[in-house]
Write a protein that binds this ligand. Sequence first.
Ligand SMILES: [Zn+2]
Length: 373
Amino acid sequence: MKKEQKEERRETKRANQARIAQMILEAGAISKNELAERLGFSMPTVLQHVKGLVESGYVTESGEYGSTGGRKAKLLSVVGDMGFAAGMDITENHISYVLVDLQRELIKRAKIRLPFSQSFSYYEAMGNWLQVFLEQAGVERGKILGIGISLPGIVDSREKLLVHSHVLHAENMSFKRFEGLVGYPCEADSDAGGAAYAELAGEEKDAVYLSLNDTVGGALYLNQKWYTGSDSQSARFGHMVIEKNGRPCYCRGKGCLDAYCSARALRGEDKNLEEFFEKVRARETGYRRRLEEYLDSLALAVAQLHILFGCDIVLGGQAAGYLRDFQRELDRRVAEYDRLDSDTSFFRIGKCGAEASAYGMAIRFVNRFFKEL
Ligand SMILES: [Zn+2]
């Protein structure tokens, strides 16, 4: 056999093993028969690779199917504590830490108060708290696959660079230095990118993710890939103009979506959204009206995005969770703006909660680990 053919065969074998491992991860628990059926592999191929995965310690055989008679099939699942990854979500005054295991279960979380500054001492404090967090979790250093960092702004992931953040008042901040400091592989992305990954990675359908945090951002998931545009310039939905000569925006433009649909625009002078919605529920003067204006602007944006992309639109970020109670109202308004399509089932509020950004950054390492097995 020629050298190239041997090489090719080895590559195919490796790819098949990775596909089997990924399917076990996705399924949570799956039998060998189901694996063969879903992947279109022969039983000997499945058996051979499963044996390898079990021997390596990443997969275990456990549990049994329900009692429908006959021989009970053992189920395969990923061994959670064979590897871990952490995610950090950086905001103006806090850092949230999460730890996930190889099953992508969120096993530990913490939030500390640490006002942001573009300085070396901030890197050090970030790293020290990370170390404390990992030590408290009792995880061996060698089992950490990597650390994902979510940042509120425009991020060049390839360069691990925070290009610009209005919320943090920061520019051109490189996280390569942080990586050197902590000694783990690190990745950085925008908070919208992190949360969108938690929400959409692995899905088959295209989707536009609209993130409603203190700034408005987003992500595009097309053909099962992330479309970032040239120089990570895509999906800057916060600066779509929804009203000519409208409210001023921090980009010095006028009428940008950010000035109408950020969590900050919704809560106004209130400390947080919880406080704002309490006042809405208590029918305090002016609050219901502000909410209605917010819903109207948001509906316009959702309809515009649907007209542009013609795919699912998913809402995420701090404000999204609070909008569940107003979904019907939002649906009605979206239908009014998207006159060519009265069906609003294309749009939904994301299922991932407040830690979506940090969680999404962490599970990237786990998914990649299984892809590259
Ligand atoms: Zn703007």
